[in-house]
Design a protein around this ligand. Structure first.
Ligand SMILES: [Zn+2]
Length: 235
């Protein structure tokens, strides 16, 4: 996927001044995709891991990580085993590190601004078949990504004082009652009292959530629900 890598203007991607080094990203990805030994893969890992997409000494992650994620996954699929291992380590760091204040969100293709961690998790789940096949590192990445669940609302109906919301769920909605943030048309609304009524079955993401003590109008079709705790743990 070299065309896509070259098309990104890393200088235009926001990042915390003094931390984010845009020139490290393009160079790091170039070196990584062409790496055929441990030395070159480690060189790429240093560029990307020290101001490129993360800063590993301080445990911080930058918005460039979400844009680089599909490219890293492509390297992991097609690259040399040393490059694959480096890409997986970087993805793992990106998902577990914390963003800087003001740099905790990224825009999805439809313009919705979502927490950086949830955008990363979404990219990882798009490659679930590949990551599952890797066992060890691949499966643990998917397990971490599962905590960043997302629910897209398709339809709601009242059930007593509550609302049942039908839609698609990816990731794992935890047991119990949880808070979420609802993203719709550029606004973010906190919601409390969500619980999973019917989980997805088989390969279908269809599920329904129950929102306690709220009318259906609280959950408009087309809205996206993400975990409340995501994107608010900035350094
Ligand atoms: Zn998240």
């Amino acid at each position: 996927m070299p065309e896509q890598r070259e098309a990104v203007d890393w200088d235009a991607v926001p990042g915390p001044p003094g931390w984010y080094e845009p020139e490290h990203v393009g160079r790091g990805l170039r070196v990584l995709s062409g790496a055929t030994n441990l030395v070159r893969a480690a060189e790429a890992g240093s560029l990307l891991g020290c101001g490129g997409i993360v800063h590993d000494h301080s445990g911080s992650v930058f918005p460039a990580a979400a844009i680089a994620a599909p490219l890293l996954l492509d390297v992991a699929r097609r690259g040399h085993p040393a490059a694959r291992d480096t890409a997986l380590v970087l993805l793992d760091e990106a998902l577990s590190f914390q963003p800087h204040p003001g740099y905790a969100r990224v825009a999805e293709p439809d313009g919705t601004e979502v927490p950086l961690c949830c955008a990363l998790a979404h990219h990882l789940r798009a490659h679930a078949d590949f990551l599952t096949g890797l066992s060890g590192a691949g499966r643990s990445l998917l397990a971490e990504a599962a905590a960043h669940w997302r629910f897209e609302i398709r339809e709601c109906v009242a059930t007593g004082d509550d609302t049942a919301a039908f839609g698609s769920l990816t990731g794992r909605f935890p047991d119990g009652v949880h808070a979420a943030r609802m993203h719709l048309g550029g606004t973010v609304t906190p919601l409390n009292g969500l619980t999973l009524e019917h989980p997805p079955e088989g390969d279908s993401p269809e599920a329904f959530l129950r929102l306690l003590a709220h009318p259906p109008a609280a959950l408009p079709p087309g809205a996206l629900l993400l975990p409340a705790e995501c994107g608010y743990r900035a350094r």
